[in-house]
Design a protein around this ligand. Sequence first.
Ligand SMILES: [Zn+2]
Length: 379
Amino acid sequence: MALLVKNAAVFAPESLGIRDVLVVGDKILAVAEGLTVNLPELEVLDAQGLTLTPGLVDQHIHVTGGGGEGGPVSRTPELMLSELIACGTTSLVGVCGTDSVTRSVEALLAKVRALTAEGVSAWMHTSNYAVPPTLLTGSIRQDLFCVPEVLGVKIAIGDHRCSFPTIDELMRIVSDIRVGGMIAGKIGFLHIHLGNLPGGFDVLNEIVDRGIPIRHLRPTHCARDKAVFAEAVRFAKRGGVIDVTSGGSCFDTPAGAIRAALEDGVDPALITMSTDGHGSIPRFNAQGIMVGLGTGAVSSNLRELRSLLKMGLKPEQVLPFVTSNVATQLGLTGKGVVKAGASADLCLFDAGFELRHVIAKGRVLMRDGEMLSKGTFEE
Ligand SMILES: [Zn+2]
């Protein structure tokens, strides 16, 4: 199948001006001015007045559901494909969370594969909050080598629900990730759920001081607490990538946290945003008893993208936080960019930054605001 998108204002995410984008199969074949194409069954999409961007990349979604802090009734539901299409997310990394008993990593792998078959591109981090890690094969190195979808290992620190691992335990885990990554031809990440207890970044800084390259450490929820955020800014200034959860922050909005990091002088290339979609957002009282529960939405990256645009930032400044920065930092070649040879994952927005069309791996999943594809069990 071939698709020619005509006359879009292209943000690749850098601004390219008005361009045509030719998609053949699941790849972008050309991005150029005034393309003339002669191909059988070529579909032409008039994008005059529309903004074309890479499909969004979300590196933290509880695709099999999360939660459980308030018993079985508080387990959050599974993600459905249409939720991703509705917010322009075409690539994602699935994760598990607090519940290491009823949410298996095998189920996570199955869901990641299902989403990939349904039309988007999906990867995962193995394990959950706990130490020792919960693995597919019994070994971090083998999970990384044997399972193409596994990019790293998840863990929680600085949280009352974490396993409070010692620094030596963490060093061994990160070292296995580093060597497993080497053998598998991946970067290999420790994806870190940071809670609001003090000391989380002290541990990460010590791991780096002891000789582990900082790129293997990927803290998330970096702006849910002012003290944690201040440490995150310092971590970024020594070269670490920091991830801000668009579902909620200690600032007025998560976009406000991004702006604060930029004003503080953090290299924009080291900032990413993820939604924590389908994760639970439990509220605990001073006695540690759960008193309320919310659920993260996968649409929050798009919402905060719009907030940053309203603050006066340009699309080419804001888009990398949810596209190219995430893909580059995860080593996902051909994702999060609009260029010849890249994956044909595209969003087209109107002047109000509302989604008009979504294309994933060359397939049009939303046209003129209408969903053309749904998950296997969606009505
Ligand atoms: Zn989460």
